[in-house]
Design a protein around this ligand. Sequence first.
Ligand SMILES: [Zn+2]
Length: 352
Amino acid sequence: MLSLLSDLVNIPSLTGDEGKIADFLTSFLKNEGFTVELWPIHPGSERRNIYAYFGSTRTNKFLFTTHIDTVPPFIPFSGPDANQNVFGRGTCDAKGAAVVQIQAAKELFAESVVKEGDLALLLVVGEEIDGVGMKNASKMGLKWENIVFGEPTEGKLALGHKGILLLELSTTGKACHSGYPHLGSSANHALIPILKQFLDLELPTDSKLGPSTINIGTMHGGEAPNILSPSASATISIRVSTSFETIKTSALRILSEHPSVSYKILAEYPPPRLYSDVPGFETINVGFGTDIPFLEGHDVDNVKRFLYGPGSIFVAHTSEEFVSLGELEACKNGYKKLVAQHLHVPSSGSHS
Ligand SMILES: [Zn+2]
């Protein structure tokens, strides 16, 4: 696992530039005996998802999936240091998970725990920006009964994560000298009351995922202190831990009270429910988003979805990104355990 991880980390694969790592993984997986399909995000694109399985059976009961893109900047592999930690971009988010998934799949097959038709790997592009890879994977026409999504969860099963409602609001005014405000109208003044209303929204709390929260992350407006602002805009992101529809309805109600404010919904998805009630595993509450919501037709009512991987989100996206070799090994065994415990259990739709 160490040499594969160092190879993967040393191939830069910032979102949008996943061509080289897909080529590398394709030959690596073929060498290891997998059948490999490449799925470009559009015809001819170098940005390709990798779908790998044993033999010729494309439909598999279990899926391991993670992403092969990283955030910038590229940081080469180094280590292990005295604490058995290895460093570099992607070590924990999420090339570490990819390596663990590949190794667990190989061992499960070698040990005859899985056979052809039991287990497949899906390595996607684009998770760090817009989930284009996972959205595309929804179009493969395949379904799985159990899916483990690999992201840094410190080797614990995630209870779920929050959904999101991301809005962009904009207003227009009419510029004029601020000494004669009756000659114009201020886009800033039109925007402020609606933002206040959003801040005053009562956001519900979920017993497992915690409070829903709001952030007005950006505000732009105006040209000078002595000019009425001709245009203004703001982005509002609501991280939703409970009923997505309730929160969206409240947001739309506020927007409908301000017909002069135009808006765009930039992103929206409810909190995905995950399966985490597995003996022998600790659980964790995570605050980050994933591309789990983008894999359509795999909700918790018909599929067991797990979120599980090595490394900590607190070092992901930082210059100190690392993963420990001990955690890679422990997580590989965790993946194998999830398969052994769930492969032959009929999916009942139960969840925790
Ligand atoms: Zn990630």
